[in-house]
Ligand binder design. Structure first.
Ligand SMILES: [Fe+2]
Length: 457
């Protein structure tokens, strides 16, 4: 049955859509942020078994995780020659290695003698030496030494170079793919590098990195961060200052999409006249977790909470990093603007410290979420050392990571749904499919469509 597709950024008969808001902001948004990219992706339900079937999961490993580009780490995590990062995905382990000042390799982390993993944690080495029998490789993957070389006449050093994944780089991120025939990274990221160029991601550093495992399929986890209308029930504290239902959604390609939500504007689920602009501003500053103010301040007469928040954010950001944000739009100073890249990455745009998410499968019913916050290196200052990953145990909530501030509670709210989602999806099984909203959940629908295309290849 073909149903009418009605793209809209708000409930019928209520206030402004996101794109209308940012067009009329005190400092309006650039055209590319306002432009719509809203394909009609149909209305077909998605099988619940996409999230629960061990067979589909095995196929995903083969057709997605061994094929697609994925973000492995940031360049500043391996700044010096010999630095390496161990990146793991579905049982595969790679050494993301800086083998020369501007050369990065992604080497199979395995001894070609009897298969022992060469390295188990990040570090800096002149060579990789297997802890089992001492075979050695150079950091560019070429073979170096075998203490019992005389007994291996069949192994020519030139045939013992470590197998390698392909490496791509953008914005200070290092991406890998295990598929030598994968499309170029640039084609997969499109249009993100163009849209992000003024945010200078290459000049940012990891200010925070928290990781945690939780009991849900990687897609169920990613989808908890791909629409904003779960706020009404999951994050009710957002409603006075987040225009959740008015969010804008765009799908650009098979791989990329975005969602945009206005800060400092109440949700249309509540009566906005019950809040003054000062109340909106202060509630936002105390509970959003990304912009921050401790003291209560008055929004000046004649200003909206939104224009005031953008102005204050420009000032505080300039005080922090020394750059001038005078002409940067209100939207790019304030709003959550989440760009996703298939299969498992989400990059927040804008000038304010940027959240980045990555979801990795860890079995069909389990996944790992990485949360990063990237900040710009202050003008003229040396690059700060990246924050090391802070792993939380299964029983530790995000609020136990003090560096997350108010965001910790927000992530705990999101995660609280996930075990119950996974359990419910299992119950739905083959008989009951999952339904997506035609507009507000268009990004989730595209994820499953791209997944299906990959699985059928
Ligand atoms: Fe959420």
């Amino acid at each position: 049955m073909k149903v009418e597709f009605m793209p809209r950024g708000d409930q019928p008969g209520t206030r402004k859509t996101y794109k209308e808001v940012i067009k009329s902001d005190a400092v309006p948004a650039p055209d590319w942020l306002i432009a719509d990219s809203i394909p009609d992706l149909g209305s077909d339900p998605v099988p619940a078994t996409n999230y629960t079937s061990p067979e589909i999961y095995q196929k995903e490993i083969e057709k997605v995780w061994l094929k697609c580009w994925q973000m492995a780490c940031r360049e500043e995590e391996i700044p010096n020659v010999g630095d390496y990062h161990v990146y793991e995905i579905c049982g595969y382990s790679l050494l993301i290695t800086r083998s020369a000042s501007d050369e990065i390799k992604a080497l199979y982390n395995v001894c070609l003698h009897r298969g022992r993993k060469l390295e188990t944690s990040d570090g800096c080495k002149r060579r990789f030496r297997c802890a089992y029998h001492g075979w050695e490789w150079n950091t560019d993957g070429t073979f170096r030494h075998n203490p019992w070389g005389w007994d291996f006449p069949q192994c020519k050093p030139e045939d013992l170079t470590l197998p390698q994944a392909k490496v791509g780089r953008w914005g200070g991120f290092i991406f890998i793919t295990l598929d030598q025939d994968a499309p170029p990274l640039e084609a997969v990221l499109k249009p993100i590098p163009e849209y992000f160029k003024d945010y200078h991601f290459e000049d940012r550093y990891i200010a925070l990195h928290v990781a945690k495992k939780y009991p849900a399929n990687w897609k169920a986890a990613a989808e908890a961060f791909m629409e904003s209308h779960h706020s009404i029930t999951t994050h009710p504290q957002f409603l006075p200052w987040l225009a959740d239902v008015a969010s804008g959604y765009d799908v650009f390609t098979d791989y990329t999409s975005r969602q945009l939500t206005a800060m400092a504007i109440p949700s249309s689920f509540i009566d906005s006249s019950s809040f003054t602009q000062t109340e909106i501003f202060n509630q936002m500053m105390q509970s959003n977790g990304r912009l921050g103010y401790d003291e209560i301040v008055e929004v000046p007469e004649g200003m909206t909470a939104r224009s005031y928040a953008a102005r204050e954010q420009r000032k505080s950001l300039t005080a922090e990093d020394g750059y001038d944000y005078t002409n940067c739009s209100d939207a790019e100073m304030l709003d959550p603007m989440l760009y996703n890249v298939f299969p498992n990455m989400s990059f927040w745009a804008g000038y304010t410290p940027n959240i980045t998410y990555r979801w990795r499968p860890d079995g069909v019913d389990s996944s790992i979420m990485d949360i990063y916050i990237l900040k710009r290196v202050p003008k003229g200052a040396p690059r700060p050392r990246p924050a090391p990953v802070h792993w939380l145990n299964d029983d530790q909530p995000f609020t136990s990571a003090p560096e997350l501030g108010a965001l910790g509670g927000v992530f705990d709210q999101d995660m609280a749904n996930l075990p119950f989602v996974q359990q419910g999806l299992k119950m739905m099984g083959k008989d009951i499919p999952v339904q997506f909203g035609l507009y507000t959940e268009m990004r989730l629908r595209r994820l499953h469509q791209t997944l299906k295309e990959h699985l059928e290849r």
